[in-house]
Design a protein around this ligand. Structure first.
Ligand code: N01
Length: 543
């Protein structure tokens, strides 16, 4: 029986998988995309919880490479809802005729490199294996959900949901007593959406967040016409911004202006909302602790203004770390929701959750009775999807064991030594960014790399050990120069791996700036991919 063979196999049919399929097809590579879900969309298909939407604005949260898609797709809101992003990705799949090379309901169990044939064999749950020269991960960075390790979690007799496994048909929460554990970006989006629907809402908070509220204006036909005329410039702006947003980087320090000027700048960017606050106020909110603390105090003052009950406002105000210590979430009426009488904030930092019981959640000795319990407890970020299956490189070592043994290593988050012809879209140590930008630029980089390999008869790309050591050093050096390190440690941020008990702490993302990262990718390309061409092994003589 002959085995099904392709030039490239991509795992994941989200933003990454769609972009890569399109770009590899353009250079004539026979590419197959495999995805465990029953539709395209990746994270946007999985995360269907109430309130899910982009934290990036529509104008730079989409691909720029297809004129057809740009001309024919219209967004309806400044921060599109999850279902609209999912529709967009379905539109992309249809418009670019991608579906014929996407196989859904297909869960990859393992992938093994064969040194003799220089191929990857991909094992599929309940199906025949498929083989390809190139294996590419588009499995997503926040796609391996985690549940908290709380005693009795399986005993809860009511309805239990994780934000990343939300039922397709939705959940009827009307008139119910609902509890929520987890207040990162996901929990923060859920709170204002479901608060008006439920009878009682108990929000269990372990660590408060600095939420920047925003408004969600309608996108008009004129806005879309303007965007179509200016798309390339907007995309370029986002690509040149450290965090991949189409904004002008701020030019001066929070410490070099008067108190009055600072307040006025904070106020105006707070009014613009969302990522404008973190990116456009001052140039040192991510690098200087005193500046980050000034932003923290401004947001605390906003919380006190919005939340009527002073004790609740105080609890919602982070004090153990400062602004940027966690990925800054965008709020859509988050703080206002706590003014509703039936919304109750329970502090589980001072008195921890002791158990989940069949009827609710116990905090210290107090039991909160609930009909529904929602977990917005996050993900094993950046590496979780890659270590959850067996990706087996040279000498039979899995990526999981390689990283356990040697620490997190990659060349630019794209390739790993010992894993020839294996590429990652948004692998660990890629930029901390609006992700659509590195996804698109990464797909274009890969297109050029694989075309070059074909034109130059190069059969194997494999990151050198030196390149991995260099990039691990760069990632650590640049990361440690930010408050994301000092404050992120205090806040147990996912980008340090500190949100997963037992996970070794490491910078899982590159904090040195998306534009600097892209420059490194260009240099790698211009060098003839030198650092991706580990010396090939010479076969041992047979005695
Ligand atoms: O997950 P998180 P998320 N007991 O890890 C709590 C992206 N995203 O899904 O802080 C009690 O941020 C934990 O508490 P603490 C975005 O990049 C994007 O919200 O550890 N609580 C925390 O509050 C984001 O940063 C968008 O004390 C426990 C929460 O669970 C990333 O995904 C939308 C606990 C987890 O927060 C992750 O966001 C949504 C325990 N044992 C997400 N364990 C958009 O832009 C965990 N927690 C659309």
């Amino acid at each position: 029986m002959s085995i099904e063979t392709h030039d490239a196999i991509v795992i994941g049919a989200g933003f990454s998988g769609l972009a890569i399929l399109h770009h590899l097809r353009e250079i004539g590579l026979d590419t197959l995309v495999l995805d465990a879900q029953d539709g395209v969309g990746g994270t946007w298909l999985a995360n269907r919880y109430p309130g899910v939407r982009t934290d990036s604005e529509y104008s730079y949260y989409s691909f720029s490479f297809s004129k057809e898609v740009r001309d024919e797709w219209s967004w309806s809101q400044r921060y599109p809802a999850g279902r609209e992003v999912l529709s967009y990705l379905n539109f992309v799949a249809d418009r670019l005729d991608l579906r014929r090379d996407i196989r859904l309901n297909t869960r990859v169990r393992a992938a093994r490199y064969d040194e003799v044939d220089n191929t990857w064999t991909v094992e599929i749950e309940g199906g025949a294996p498929v083989v390809a020269k190139y294996l590419i991960s588009g499995m997503g960075v926040l796609s391996q959900p985690i549940f908290p390790d709380i005693a009795g979690i399986d005993t809860f007799a009511g309805e239990k949901y994780h934000t990343a496994y939300w039922p397709r048909d939705g959940v009827d929460l009307a008139g119910k007593r609902v509890g929520l554990i987890g207040l990162g970006a996901s929990g923060i989006q859920i709170v204002p959406e479901i608060a008006p629907l439920v009878d009682e809402f108990v929000v269990f908070q372990r660590t408060p967040n600095f939420v920047v509220e925003t408004t969600n204006d309608a996108v008009t036909a004129e806005d879309m016409a303007w965007l179509r005329d200016n798309y390339d410039a907007i995309y370029e702006k986002a690509a040149n911004h450290p965090f991949g947003v189409a904004m002008e980087p701020a030019r001066f320090s929070a410490l070099e202006v008067s108190d009055e000027q600072r307040r006025s700048i904070f106020e105006s960017k707070w009014n613009e909302g969302g990522f404008h606050f973190a990116n456009e106020c001052f140039n040192d909110l991510a690098t200087n602790h005193a500046a980050s603390e000034l932003a923290s105090e401004f947001i605390r003052s906003k919380i006190r203004e919005i939340v009527k009950d002073p004790a609740t406002a105080d609890l919602l105000s982070p004090k153990t770390y400062s602004f940027n210590g966690k990925r800054v979430p965008t709020g859509h009426g988050y703080y206002h929701a706590f003014n509703l009488d039936h919304v109750r904030l329970v502090d589980t930092a001072s008195t921890p959750i002791t158990a989940i019981t069949p009827t609710g959640v116990r905090v210290g000795d107090t039991e909160y009775e609930l009909d529904v319990l929602i977990f917005a407890t996050g993900f094993d970020a950046m590496t979780g999807t890659l270590t959850n299956i067996d990706i087996v490189g040279r000498d039979g070592i899995t990526l999981r064991d390689r990283w356990n043994r040697d620490g997190l290593k990659s060349n630019l988050g794209i390739g790993v030594h010992g894993f020839p012809n294996f590429f990652m879209s948004l692998g660990p140590q890629t930029p901390y960014s609006n992700l659509v930008v590195p996804i698109q630029l990464g797909a274009q980089w890969l297109q050029r790399a694989l075309r070059w390999a074909r034109d130059n008869d190069v059969d194997v790309f494999e990151a050198t050990q030196e390149s991995e050591d260099w990039w691990a050093g760069e990632t650590e050096r640049t990361g440690k120069a930010t408050v994301m390190y000092t404050e992120g440690k205090k806040a147990k941020a996912w980008f340090l791996g500190d949100n997963v008990p037992g996970k070794p702490e490491a910078f899982l993302v590159y904090m040195g700036g998306g534009q600097v990262y892209q420059q490194h990718c260009r240099e790698l390309e211009e060098s003839g991919y030198e650092a991706m061409r580990a010396p090939s092994r010479v076969a041992e003589p047979v005695v």
